[in-house]
Design a protein around this ligand. Structure first.
Ligand code: FAD
Length: 243
């Protein structure tokens, strides 16, 4: 890979090579984010936590008097695992920043926690996830069942419908919704659909609760049973069949 190319040279490169360079650059940056630069904080006496990130409580207080921290440099409270993990996300950084700022000014705020909800666009595809996957759920002491479903993003008789692949993970014993992952086309509202699951998990919903949600429906945009509900109904069916 040539690093010295001018803008003009970069533009002339074949598309495949340009994408490869972009991909590599993205990976390198991501790896750096997985382990924050900790030297300044450590030298100042800050206790370090998960992945060497600065240890904070849910008020975003460090162990140092009157020093608060938030964002990629700290470890993050996970609301399903009930422990801290390293989840460097912009969505999380903003919420932690508000909590840190409120408490630094004498207020009383508590970081509710993260579920690791995220979405990524890859060309015309969008992948999104929230909560726990089967393996993490089992490690955390749950009895997970994961069901895979393919459901249309809107009524098939209305032109332009596309399939959404959905995996729903729930706890067999309690029926608690633990996580979901979606993959579909860019126009299939993947990010907003993962947010439906994230919202439900945040309020301790069961998998069965999803079917009761009053979600919007119009043929060009959805179905009377939305794709998120088709997937949870399928989860319930699979659990029944395995009994
Ligand atoms: C390529 C990429 C894509 C991403 N996409 C998403 C996404 O789609 N969704 C999402 O939720 N998150 C995403 N993130 C993660 C998100 O950007 C970070 O979680 C978020 O920006 C963290 O905010 P922060 O304030 O902790 O750190 P930053 O945003 O990194 O801000 C830290 C600031 O401190 C400055 N700084 C550093 N050292 C010093 C110093 N010694 N003195 C003074 N200033 C200093 C830096 O220049 C920077 O401005 C992405 C990250 C990357 C790298």
């Amino acid at each position: 890979m040539r690093h010295q190319g001018s803008r003009r040279q970069l533009r002339r490169r074949p598309a495949a090579r340009r994408h490869r360079c972009h991909h590599l650059r993205g990976r390198r940056r991501t790896r750096r984010h997985r382990s924050p630069s900790r030297h300044l904080a450590a030298a100042a006496g800050a206790t370090l936590g998960v992945h060497g990130a600065i240890a904070v409580d849910r008020q975003m207080r460090t162990n140092l008097p009157d020093v608060f921290a938030a964002g990629d440099c700290v470890h993050t409270y996970h609301r399903l695992l009930d422990r801290h993990v390293y989840l460097p996300l912009g969505s999380t950084a903003h919420k932690q920043g508000r909590v840190a700022g409120t408490n630094a000014l004498g207020g009383e705020a508590l970081f509710a926690g993260s579920l690791g909800t995220q979405a990524v666009k890859v060309f015309d595809l969008v992948a999104a996830g929230t909560g726990l996957r089967d393996e993490n759920a089992r490690k955390a002491g749950y009895d997970p069942v994961t069901a895979a479903t393919i459901a249309d993003d809107h009524k098939a008789y209305y032109p332009g419908s596309t399939p959404i692949r959905i995996r729903v993970t729930g706890d067999r014993r309690t029926g608690k919704l633990l996580g979901a992952q979606l993959l579909g086309s860019r126009g299939a509202e993947i990010a907003k659909r993962i947010d439906t699951y994230a919202t439900a998990i945040s309020y301790g919903a069961s998998v069965a609760d999803i079917a009761e949600l009053d979600l919007s429906y119009t043929p060009p945009l959805g179905s009377p049973w939305d794709a998120v509900q088709v997937a949870t109904t399928n989860w319930q069916r699979e659990v029944m069949e395995r009994r």
